[in-house]
Design a protein around this ligand. Structure first.
Ligand code: TYM
Length: 329
């Protein structure tokens, strides 16, 4: 049985990218593995630092985990800040993480561009906190979307460095996991780039049908292909990528054929896509609403998960303190 771990930041509602890049695989993996899925609320402070940001979002993500089918009796579901062993390991890993390698990290460089007035140390050391999240349970498989690949590479570097430095074979070198397939990147509806919470281009699992229709109908398209079997421009490819995720293979093939024959009407394709997204999200949205209304249940799940996560994490911290050579008398 493999140890599986992944997390999502509490920076707002979850979108189709979070679902198809990560959450879908959490649900698929929970019965065959020892799974830890958490809400990365410390990480969210690097970009969303206020109490108001935290209050609603942590609860929202937990409700969305449950609404998508995670079972708290099977997987350990917890909130990062409920497990103090994680920041302890983060501190220890930071002692062997170098400024140069952290500064070269693509996500750091992106954040420097996006929030030049708040280049905090948490942003710089984001990858060591993420490594601590993973290594605290000695996880080997980490289901994530494409944008997290480099963070996993850095986790392996930190794990390997620890092992060499202390001449032990203690931490595994975890991999980004998607059942042997390429990691997923769900595009936004604005023609380029990935779907993101802060990009204004996302469809949320909790969006109502009217909102979904409006967003999809506004998606960027062009005048259509002029020659049969023409390669698709990025904005069009994006629509097909989202359709592949939510629609049936027959529907996808129908529009592929129409595109290749230069007969596609993007209005029709978008209408179909919107309805397929609505069919997919409606039961999830209804469950999110019901679970969010049940505060006692959410609290119970969080407390139960915290206890199980702390038990596993404290074993690792005990070992690590011993390996590093902290007080033993
Ligand atoms: P976050 O909160 O940005 O995203 C959560 C998960 O959703 C995936 N994702 C996507 N996948 C495909 N297409 C998209 N457009 C898309 N947008 C988001 C992300 O790849 C991710 O899997 N650093 C992490 C949180 C984290 C974590 C960890 C993950 C903290 N510690 C330890 C795994 C292990 C993050 O920012 O995720």
């Amino acid at each position: 049985m493999d140890i599986v771990l992944s997390g999502i930041r509490s920076t707002g509602k979850l979108h189709l990218g979070n679902y198809f890049g990560a959450l879908r695989n959490f649900v698929r993996m929970q019965h065959e593995n020892k799974c830890f899925f958490f809400i990365a609320d410390y990480h969210s402070l690097t970009t969303h630092p206020t109490p108001e940001d935290l209050h609603g979002s942590v609860k929202q993500v937990l409700a969305e985990y449950l609404a998508c089918g995670l079972d708290p009796e099977v997987a350990t579901l917890y909130i990062q800040s409920d497990v103090p062993q994680i920041p302890e390991l983060y501190l220890l890993l930071n002692m062997n993480a170098y400024k140069g390698e952290l500064e070269r990290c693509t996500s750091f460089k992106e954040k420097v561009r996006k929030q030049p007035d708040n280049i905090n140390a948490g942003l710089l050391t984001y990858p060591t906190l993420m490594a601590a999240d993973i290594l605290i349970h000695k996880a080997t498989k980490v289901p994530v979307g494409k944008d997290q690949e480099q963070h996993l590479e850095m986790t392996r570097t930190f794990a390997n460095r620890f092992n060499r430095m202390y001449k032990v074979d203690y931490f595994p070198e975890p991999v980004a996991f998607n059942f042997g397939e390429d990691l997923v990147k769900i595009p936004g509806l604005d023609g380029s780039g990935k779907m993101g919470k802060s990009e204004g281009n996302a469809i949320y699992l909790s969006d109502d049908p009217e909102t979904i229709r409006k967003k999809v109908m506004k998606a960027v398209t062009d005048a259509g292909p002029t020659q049969p079997n023409q390669p698709k421009p990025e904005a069009i490819q994006n629509l097909f990528t989202i359709m592949k995720a939510v629609s049936s293979p027959d529907t996808l093939q129908y529009f592929e054929d129409k595109y290749n024959a230069c007969e596609i009407r993007y209005g029709d394709m978008k209408k179909q896509l919107a309805e397929d997204i609505i069919t997919f999200t409606t039961p999830i949205r209804e469950r999110i609403e019901a679970i969010l209304a049940d505060n006692d249940y959410l609290r119970k799940v969080a407390l139960m998960g915290a206890e199980k996560a702390r038990e596993s994490a404290s074993k690792t911290i005990r070992d690590v303190r011993h390996i590093i050579g902290f007080r033993e008398f």
